[in-house]
Design a protein around this ligand. Structure first.
Ligand code: IMP
Ligand code: MG
Length: 181
């Protein structure tokens, strides 16, 4: 275990099992379709890469980057598109892939924004849900795990840009981010 991690919440095997389950479910639900997966940079990169490889249907891949917390552990509530899609999604089946839903502000903004581009359908697939901190109601269509109100890193999730490469999801030791929240 990494020395900055206090506790492993979800080990590699548990995550991989869930990703395969989600991939199978999505493959069934989109059986005769060719959805566009929108990976929300950067946190959802690892999840999207694994999820996509567990799909048995043809799928396309797009990226979007949304303003993040920077080096802080709480959201500012201000959402900004830093990198937009390369293509139109009008008439397409769109599946947004995100790492974690916390306050709900990011996904609420994103879904409203994408819906205005008139896709044929729009769903969300989120690896982690931290319902304790929700500020606006939001329920993902596909969900991996519910997690407690702790700051987690690994499997794409970062603190100050680090820890994304950990194959598990762990709780970051509070002393690592104390003073910057
Ligand atoms: P929301 O708008 O508060 O739902 O923010 C969701 C975003 O906050 C995610 O895409 C993450 O980038 C970030 N985030 C929220 N909680 C955590 C956490 O525990 N670890 C790492 N990033 C987090
Ligand atoms: Mg993120």
């Amino acid at each position: 275990m990494h020395e900055d991690v206090a506790e492993i919440l979800l080990d590699e095997e548990t995550i991989q099992g869930k990703v395969r389950e989600l991939g199978a479910q999505i493959s069934r639900d989109y059986e005769d379709k060719r959805p566009i997966l929108i990976c929300i940079l950067k946190g959802a990169v690892i999840f999207t890469a694994d999820l996509m490889r567990s799909l048995t249907i043809p799928a396309r891949l797009e990226f979007m980057a949304i303003s993040s917390y920077g080096n802080r552990v709480r959201t500012s509530g201000v959402v900004q598109i830093l990198k937009d899609l390369d293509m139109s999604i009008e008439g397409e089946h769109v599946l947004v892939v995100e790492d974690i839903i916390d306050s709900g502000l990011t996904l609420t903004y994103l879904v409203d924004n994408l819906r205005s581009r008139r896709p044929a359908s729009l769903r969300t697939c989120v690896l982690l849900d931290k319902p304790a901190r929700r500020e606006v109601p939001f329920k993902p269509d596909y969900l991996g795990f519910v997690v407690p109100d702790r700051f987690v890193v690994g499997y794409g999730l970062d603190y100050a840009g680090l820890y994304r490469q950990l194959p598990y999801i762990g709780v970051l030791k509070p002393e690592i981010y104390q003073g910057s929240a």
